[in-house]
Ligand binder design. Sequence first.
Ligand code: ZN
Length: 188
Amino acid sequence: MPLPIVHYDDPILRKKGEKVKSFDAVLAQLAAEMVETMHDAGGIGLAAQQVGRALQLCVVDLRDVHAEFSWRLDGAQPPLELFMPMIIVNPKITPEPLAEATSEEGCLSFPNIRGDVARPELIVVKFHDEHGTPHTLHCDGLFARCIQHEADHLNGVLFIDRMDKKILAKLEPAISELKKQTRAAAKT
Ligand code: ZN
């Protein structure tokens, strides 16, 4: 069953996730439910905070997107079908300081709200999978953007925090409305 997705400005979205220490069946179950929730919502990434859990855990699936990007996973270039959906635990991101790219982003915790965000174009991410096996991924383009967006969630950082003030000002009415709805729903 897909899990309910938490919307802005539920306080869990601002919580830094705890480091995952047990790579057990409970973790695998949560990760599987998050994958199902992401697919059900038509998203390409989902962080634990978005299903109400402050943990260093996110999931990503880019198999259905039409975008150009490249990657190296543990020194090889396996087809996406072999390692997606990806379960990313305790990620550590190092951006390559060469170039930044600006592109429109959305977020399942901000329905119908989209805006441009500038981020490093190339990253290296070290993480563990759900079995506790360590991996190193080099990626760029939408792949790098998606992982940075999700890893931000794990630290309580949201895409609106990274938006240019002018873009944010335009989105402000929709964001205020969403905040109102989320608070009203919390009271019922
Ligand atoms: Zn998001």
